[in-house]
Design a protein around this ligand. Sequence first.
Ligand code: ZN
Ligand code: ZN
Length: 344
Amino acid sequence: MNDCKTMRSVRFMAPGRPFSLRAVSVPSPTADQVRVRIAACGVCRTDLHLRDGLLDLGKRDFTVGHEIAGTIEACGDGVPAHWLGRRVVIYYYIGCGLCRYCRNGEEYLCPTPKAQPGFSSDGGYAENIVVPLRNCVPLPDNVDLAEAAPMGCAGSTAVHAGRMAEIHPGEWVVINGAGGVGMAVVQYARYAGGRVIAIGMGAERMALARQLGAEYTIDAAEVPDVAARVAEITGEGADVVFELVGTSATMKAAVTMLRRRGRMVMIGYTAEDFHVHPVELIVREITVRGSVGSSLEDLYEAIDLLARGVIQSPVARRHGLEEFETALAEVQAGELPGRVVLMP
Ligand SMILES: [Zn+2]
Ligand SMILES: [Zn+2]
């Protein structure tokens, strides 16, 4: 096939430097691997963190992008032939397989991963990718590839964080930061029975949050004290707050939004620190926990929820691979209602 050919690839070269569009060799699958012809790759805020150096796993010169969907077009030895032509979303953790986390299906915590496509090895801002077959989650026919791609991070991260929060029916759930992941958390929290309050910026995004299941929305651009507004709605405070913005101010506000024994789940971050006096956590028995990525099973669940129409994956813009700078700028601006997706 096109094994000796080249393909377009958007590369991470060094922190603090722009990504660069290059021609690289089309990779070939070895045993138990497949090559996926990439149809769509979502642009995640984490890609910006990679570029600005906030996230650095130490590797250089690899293809960016970790929300990857496409079609299997070549199979290595040992891969059953029926996989050829299957549409899939890629799980972006390739764990060591041996550590206590991998043994338990928690590859997102593996201290010695073999690879992390888009973070430390070749990802999805390219025409092709080679991954182990195990990392391919099959897609039902009714799912659009561009809508499926964001499940690889935004959707699966939301499922994972939602499970961690152990939402009970009727609980007040605040989503502080209704962006790509936030919109997915809105839907998962609603699915879990929570009463959802979405906080974000802009009328368009807030309208989308309501459409996706938020009972209340608070436009942070209009409301000066969002924590006071949450108290007004909930009475004592929220049972759960998902923190997706990650500035010192929003993280501090998130703690004040909680009721006694409330749970805060941290997902988003910036370069800023989290400052809170311990007494705020102690006397109200607040739980603060981090949530990173997802397990393979979380991604399977996200795809199932998407296929059944329980959650939607709104795509705001679709761009060609060459337009990656435009796409990144749109994500940075944070105003579009829905994901920005590259179509290589
Ligand atoms: Zn491991
Ligand atoms: Zn991501």
